[in-house]
Design a protein around this ligand. Structure first.
Ligand SMILES: C[S@@+](CC[C@H](N)C(=O)[O-])C[C@H]1O[C@@H](n2cnc3c(N)ncnc32)[C@H](O)[C@@H]1O
Length: 202
């Protein structure tokens, strides 16, 4: 398994930049997407959770890496926002009873697909009716070494697998294809990505 603590500790600059993920920005720009709260799974050093909090959302963020979470807390403080940040392994973490959010954000959570799927199922159960899932991650199909992302098949995203974790949800947008990522030092270049925007039934 990747040693995320070392990756975050050893970088002189934020690994994925300071700006939010582009697909998250696009999803939130839609007129029908207006969450008041969000649960960010694998929020890393906090670029997405902090951005959502800046927009006025109540945000809970979970990440395995204590180092990333400390960096995220420092960034939150710099932004003047409060985010509930938890260091936890999503293989085991579940939302506390009664907890609810209007959006689940799953961006580049890079772990075994079974863990990702369980985490998404548990998070989706805690979504409010009409709540949103915004997901993006590397998917198979890299044609050469210039393409970003891991190559281990089990870490890559599969749209059908994501949708299977969300039975009954309306798939508002599903995309698999090539894009150019421009996010910090780690996500800069061509990439095969899967994107999903799905809505829980009201
Ligand atoms: C590629 S980074 C993306 C971080 C963030 N979502 C972003 O887009 O900036 C992947 C993140 O997933 C987290 N992660 C990997 N496996 C995890 C697990 N089992 N539970 C919680 N977080 C995990 C890592 O610690 C890391 O911060």
């Amino acid at each position: 398994m990747a040693d995320w603590d070392s990756k975050y500790r050893d970088t002189p600059v934020p690994l994925f930049g300071t700006e939010p993920n582009e697909y998250l920005r696009q999803a939130l720009a839609r007129s029908d997407v207006d969450p008041r709260s969000a649960l960010c799974l694998g929020d890393g050093d906090g670029r997405n959770g902090g951005w959502l909090a800046e927009r006025g959302l109540r945000v809970t963020a979970v990440d395995l890496s204590a180092v990333a979470t400390e960096q995220a807390q420092a960034r939150d403080a710099g932004r003047g926002v409060a985010v509930e940040r938890l260091v936890a392994d999503l293989a085991h973490w579940a939302p506390p009873p009664g907890a609810a959010w209007d959006a689940v954000v799953l961006l580049y959570l890079q772990c075994e697909s079974a863990v990702r799927r369980c985490a998404l199922e548990r998070a989706a159960a805690a979504l409010t009716p009409g709540g949103w899932v915004v997901a993006e991650g590397f998917t198979p199909g890299a044609t050469d070494d210039s393409f970003l992302g891991p190559r281990q098949p089990d870490i890559l995203y599969d749209l059908e697998d994501l949708a299977a974790a969300l039975p009954g949800f309306q798939v508002v947008e599903a995309f698999t294809g090539t894009t150019w990522l421009e996010e910090g030092t780690r996500h800069r270049g061509p990439a095969r990505v899967a994107r999903l925007l799905a809505r829980k039934p009201v």
